[in-house]
Design a protein around this ligand. Structure first.
Ligand SMILES: Nc1ncnc2c1ncn2[C@@H]1O[C@@H]2COP(=O)(O)O[C@H]2[C@H]1O
Ligand SMILES: Nc1ncnc2c1ncn2[C@@H]1O[C@@H]2COP(=O)(O)O[C@H]2[C@H]1O
Length: 345
């Protein structure tokens, strides 16, 4: 049975409440305020010594394999839109992929507050992040008023990052409606979705021929380091002559390759699902040797240069080098179709 984190959150919320009166009615925003946080790097993971992967965010250890996504809390499309707008500029949301963001919106719960209530008390433990749907709230640092936050705003974001005490007091100037999420639930969603996605990559990478010799554990590490990117028809993925930092495996769709040999533009065989490209720049430290464009919608899984060198064993690198030798030999090049000279210059 998944634990009920929302009941827990409400308990903590009550602990944060205190009876304070406020007579502030200013609408000024504190333009000097910069939230003291950096975005949670997606997939900030550590490998547990026992071999089971754990994900560590904000000092809390989460084992995503054993956790589940929270039960969604119903909200109207208007509320979802308001939450979306209020969090659009927030780094903790903006850097998340749409699927993760959606699950976080689903998990947020409603909290109504009365005029004069203290929602956050400076110095108290931080647990909840709030989006303001209705009402006006005043922010005070060391008892000095700094700003107000109204409908479409948010506060308490530090709670999603750290266990540090609250940096300010926030009071309700009017009755209000807030939607909230606690740090544990936020982290659980972020790590669970990253974990699920990596397991899907893992399944796919197991089927990729060049990785045939890898052990399951090596495939899992690779999946954890890879990120998906999407391109639409005609988009250039890599351009001949440019520096390259990524290695690509085609998950969905196909790509067209064109190489300019100094005189002529030559069309090379297209590549489809399970094929890879972009290894030459990383293997030889050379500029890209061909231009590659999406043919229809394409989904690629990418590996950064350092992870490429760190995670791929010598046997795989050797097989890639051997395969690259066939690039200049049309008869043995595995991408069927041969080469066509497009035009000469
Ligand atoms: N100077 C400020 N201007 C605007 N909002 C602030 C300021 N200082 C703190 N806050 C907000 O008040 C919140 C108090 O709880 P947190 O520290 O979690 O996150 C804080 C911010 O969201
Ligand atoms: N005949 C070819 N010549 C050069 N690159 C090729 C050829 N066929 C496929 N490629 C791929 O095109 C990629 C372009 O970027 P890279 O040079 O990093 O790596 C290259 C190879 O993966």
């Amino acid at each position: 049975m998944p634990e009920n984190l929302f009941d827990d959150s409400r308990k903590r919320l009550r602990l944060e409440e205190a009876d304070h009166q406020s007579h502030m009615d200013s609408n000024e925003m504190d333009e000097n305020y910069t939230p003291a946080f950096a975005p949670i790097p997606q997939g900030h993971r550590i490998k547990h010594p026992c071999g089971k992967r754990r994900y560590s965010v904000s000092g809390e250890s989460i084992r995503p394999a054993d956790s589940s996504l929270p039960t969604p809390i119903h909200k109207t499309p208007i509320i979802i839109k308001q939450i979306e707008e209020a969090t659009r500029q927030n780094l903790l949301f903006k850097n998340l992929d749409p699927e993760t963001r959606e699950h976080i919106y689903d998990a947020m719960f409603e909290r109504t507050v009365l005029m004069g209530e203290c929602v956050i008390k400076q110095g108290s433990p931080a647990e909840l992040f709030y989006v303001v749907i209705h009402g006006l709230f005043s922010v005070h640092v060391d008892d000095a008023f700094v700003t107000t936050v109204g409908s479409g705003g948010s506060f308490g974001e530090l709670a999603l990052m750290y266990t540090n005490p609250r940096t300010a007091t926030v009071k309700a100037i009017t009755n209000g409606t807030l939607w909230a999420i606690d740090r544990t639930t936020y982290n659980r969603i972020v790590t669970k979705i990253a974990y699920n996605r990596n397991r899907v990559y893992e399944g796919f990478l197991r089927e990729v021929q060049i990785f045939d010799s890898l052990e399951p554990e090596e495939i899992a590490k690779l999946a954890d380091s890879m990120e998906a990117v999407k391109y639409e028809d005609g988009d250039t993925v890599v351009r001949q002559g440019e520096t390259g930092e990524l290695f690509y495996v085609i998950e969905v769709g196909s790509v067209d390759l064109v190489k300019h040999d100094g005189r002529r533009e030559i069309q090379l065989p297209s590549l489809g699902p399970g094929k890879y490209f972009g290894e030459l720049a990383l293997l030889n430290d050379t500029p890209r040797q061909a231009t590659i464009k999406a043919c229809g919608s394409v989904r690629l899984i990418t590996l950064k240069r350092d992870a490429f060198h760190r995670l791929l064993p010598a046997t795989v690198i050797e097989n890639m080098r051997r395969h690259a030798e066939s690039y200049n030999n049309v008869s043995t090049y595995s991408g069927a179709g041969g080469v066509n000279v497009l035009h000469t210059t």
